[in-house]
Design a protein around this ligand. Structure first.
Ligand SMILES: Cc1cc2nc3c(=O)[nH]c(=O)nc-3n(C[C@H](O)[C@H](O)[C@H](O)COP(=O)(O)OP(=O)(O)OC[C@H]3O[C@@H](n4cnc5c(N)ncnc54)[C@H](O)[C@@H]3O)c2cc1C
Ligand code: FES
Ligand code: FES
Length: 483
């Protein structure tokens, strides 16, 4: 394909395979080797770039996604002889040892400072939580970002003002390239029109509306839908999926809206977890869903991953699923000719399996505001603080009477069964009770018998049974203490 995009401020037309990973395009075709590949699966942040100013992981993107976009790599951030304030701060604070993680760290920090010009240390840690460093220790990296933001200054020199930096080249969509291509900047040094042999294995289609999507799905019936690509790209890489074509949903505006009516929120399947978290209606009405989304992956994963992708992946560890189960969410499926809805629990039929027909996509999930419950809760146990796949999780809704009696309760566990485990029996056991030690012990025992976890690399079945019961106990103790 002829790919038109702007890289480090230069308009380019590149002849490349549309399914080529962006990290490979940058490193191998453009010689922009400042972008590193560590894990190749979204877990280290070494391949971080900015796309239209947003932090993205280039190992999880295909070249076609860059059409019309503006990309900044580390080579485009500073200038020879004039470092970007973040680069300067990394040097000044000693935040670099081997340097492998540094380009990714600096670009992640640039995206963070653009959104939050004066972050606190916790916000910096959060913002960089998808970027791993194996040498320096994070303290100096956090110091460097703080210094660049002009908040502190370790050596007494005037603080570096982030606003004094040269304007980033990536803001706004690149113009559609009718103009002749210009050469990329050094160190790439190639002609802008790059030719590459290699067979195209997948077509990559970028519909801009649902009408265009239906046509593409008819043209390529074996195509896989690509939403954020955070799950599918990993499947493609390990050969678990070999579709003839990929249909990217990211440019279909109809899929990216959150709408509300009297008692319901309709969340488009293409809404990213990052947008979901930032929407005040989700925070106000569905804090359990917001909290679950906040625990998913890392900032760049949440910026790319969609709620529709999380539902359709149908993983027992999918973080948005337990909240959606207790909120009685309905999924909306559409094809060119029909629309149908069903409860999420009917849509997901097993680990990785869903009731989706050919020519159909998930367009939205509809969630009622749970007005009858005063307390919404999500807790996940993982092996680390960020980028942790759930070992066990619990989503809960609760209403207590002023005397402490349970008047209404909904419970659903993740990662402790082939799909989400919801248990009307445990809810019934607790309903109308004041949670005494004896009642809590009965509920914990019932939980251990209701869940059906497996042993895997993240934990044993026995550990997960105990964790599921303890999540419930901790939630109920906390709720009673808050009263
Ligand atoms: C490093 C890393 C960490 C992660 N951590 C977590 C985590 O903590 N918790 C968690 O739950 N998940 C995690 N994931 C998994 C993944 O990010 C999520 O499941 C994410 O929500 C998938 O969304 P996506 O838009 O990227 O889906 P994609 O990868 O684009 O698609 C996933 C699947 O859903 C299908 N699909 C997507 N959208 C639609 C649609 N609208 N209609 C029909 N089919 C569709 C695709 O064809 C594909 O089969 C992680 C992934 C990575 C790489
Ligand atoms: S190479 Fe590790 S996140 Fe991309
Ligand atoms: S400096 Fe070596 S990995 Fe971070």
């Amino acid at each position: 394909m002829n790919l038109c995009c702007r890289i480090n401020g230069v308009e380019m037309t590149l002849e490349t395979d549309p399914e080529r990973r962006v990290v490979d395009l940058l490193r191998e075709e453009l010689g922009l080797t400042g972008t590193k590949e560590g894990c190749g699966s979204g877990e280290c942040g070494a391949c971080s770039i900015l796309v239209d100013g947003e932090h993205r992981l280039s190992c999880l993107m295909v070249a076609a996604q860059l059409e019309g976009r503006a990309v900044t790599t580390i080579e485009g951030l500073g200038e020879p002889g004039r470092l970007h304030p973040l680069q300067e701060a990394f040097v000044r604070c000693g935040a670099v040892q081997c340097g492998f993680c540094s380009p990714g760290m600096i670009l992640a920090a640039a995206a963070l400072l653009k959104k939050t010009p004066h972050p606190g240390r916790d916000e910096i840690r959060q913002g960089l939580s998808g970027n791993l460093c194996r040498c320096t220790g994070y303290q100096k990296i956090v110091d460097a970002v703080e210094t660049a933001a002009g908040l502190t200054n370790p050596d007494g020199a005037p603080p570096t003002a982030p606003h004094a930096r040269p304007a980033l080249a990536e803001e706004g969509e690149a113009s559609r390239c009718a103009a002749p291509a210009q050469p990329p900047p050094p160190p790439g040094g190639h002609s802008a029109r790059l030719r590459r042999g290699g067979q195209v294995r997948h077509r990559v289609l970028l519909p801009r509306s649902l009408a265009e999507l239906w046509s593409f799905l008819e043209e390529e019936p074996g195509a896989r839908v690509w939403a954020g690509g955070t799950d599918l790209s990993v499947q493609l890489r390990v050969g678990r999926a070999v579709p003839p074509a990929l249909v990217c949903l990211e440019r279909i505006a109809e899929l990216r809206t959150i709408e509300e009516d009297a008692d319901c929120l309709r969340i488009g399947a293409g809404v990213t977890l990052g947008r979901l978290i930032a929407d005040p209606r989700i925070g106000d009405d569905l804090p359990v869903l917001k909290r679950a989304a906040e625990t998913l992956g890392s900032p760049p994963i949440r910026a790319m991953a969609t709620i529709g992708g999380n539902i359709c992946t149908a993983s027992p560890a999918g973080d948005t699923l337990p909240p959606l189960y207790i909120l009685d969410a309905e999924v909306e499926l559409r094809s060119r000719t029909a629309t149908r809805s069903m409860p999420i629990g009917s849509f997901i039929t097993g680990p990785g399996t869903i009731r989706r027909e050919a020519g159909e996509i998930l367009t939205a999930v509809r969630v009622k505001r749970p007005a009858a419950y005063g307390l919404q809760h999500y807790e996940k146990i993982g092996q680390r603080k960020a980028l942790a796949c759930s070992v066990a999780s619990l989503a809960a809704l609760l209403r207590l009477s002023p005397e402490g009696t349970i008047e209404a309760i909904r419970l659903a566990w993740g990662s402790v069964g082939p799909t989400v485990v919801a248990s009307p029996a445990i809810e019934a056991l607790l309903l109308g009770e004041r949670p005494s030690a004896a009642v809590l012990a009965r509920a914990a025992e019932a939980t251990r018998h209701t869940v059906s976890p497996i042993d895997d690399v993240r934990g044993t079945a026995e550990y997960r049974r105990t964790a599921a019961a303890n999540l419930l106990l901790r939630f109920l103790h906390g709720a009673l203490a808050q009263r």
